[in-house]
Design a protein around this ligand. Sequence first.
Ligand SMILES: *Cc1c(COP(=O)(O)O)cnc(C)c1O
Length: 401
Amino acid sequence: MTAHIEAASPHVMNTYGRLPIAMSHGKGCRVWDVNGKAYLDGLGGIAVNTLGHAHPKLVKALQEQIGQMIHCSNYYHVPGQEKLAAKLVELTGMANVFFCSTGLEANEAALKLARKFGHDKGITRPEVVVFEGAFHGRSIATLSATANPKIHAGFGPLVEGFVRVPRNNIEALRKATEGNKNITAVFFEAIQGEGGIHPMTVDFMRELRVLCDDRDWLLMIDEVQCGIGRTGKWFAHQWAGIQPDVMPLAKGLGSGVPVGAVVTSAKAANIFQPGNHGTTFGGNPLAMRAGIETLRIMEEDGLLAHAAKVGTHLQTALVTQLMNVKGVKEVRGQGLMLGIELDRPCGVLLQRCADAGLLLSVTADSVIRLVPPLILSAAEADEIVAILVPQIKQFLSEAQA
Ligand SMILES: *Cc1c(COP(=O)(O)O)cnc(C)c1O
């Protein structure tokens, strides 16, 4: 019997424009809905399901962990925290880690670090440089750091202390901050996700590193979406050969289990002292096991090189097939974080592609976003192209918006 799914749920708050589809289970890069229809997963739970669905090694480790301990409290040492923190330090060359559960929490901690860094040196009204197109989360502080006016609407007064500048323009940044002694940090996504898959250039990231050193500012890189191997390096800023002072992580770190982290360099490692910050769920044994196993399996299975290779394959195929299609503005991104910008809003593609058996998202109104599991095979990438390209062509051939 086919279950009919209403667009809105009677008891769940209506905070998302949900499709009338209810998911049941998944395996690898496939998911099935409650009616048994299969979908290829080009979305990965929004860059979360690093290892796809029901990865046998992860399932086994998590089952074992659940039987042992899910949660205790940060009143005690959690051995998994030391293990995952040591691994993150090894992968970044940074100094230490604070654990939380989500992206906005990691960013909230970063913003608190930027403020206390200021207060510790006598700046009582610290300000942080943020960017046009930025998305940092939905808490009051992180939505204030976010650029999108739709995300601000209805939630003022916004948190003060942000200076917003355009992407990839060091001169504009210099000018906007000239003589401002209150700046304590620059905060950006190495590749903007929700803003429409906009990369910061390697040159710009290097210039920011130099500027932050010159001015004694913290370089804070939000790797919540673009980090954890997605671009073919552990963290997207590593393509620029730089190191941040503060790096928030979440999404892909636990391969579906909520795990957030803030990795800090020596410059930021001791800003928080006991009592300055905390969170009940942060660093619990289940979350730590998910993070440890995700990173371990990624290494064992060579998923960084794989993501780079399959990502290039996918991007090349999309560029080749969409290059001369009128209405396609650009195909961009790196590794398995890709955006296809159209010349008009294309939200309807969400439902149409789902009907055709492909999950993806549309962000910044007119950018089709692909952030699949990093285990995506070349054959599955070809399948994405085979479903998506005709949908885009069909959509663009309809009446101009
Ligand atoms: C998703 C995202 C966040 C917010 O993460 P949540 O876990 O949804 O709070 C923050 N920054 C970036 C770059 C993101 O993509």
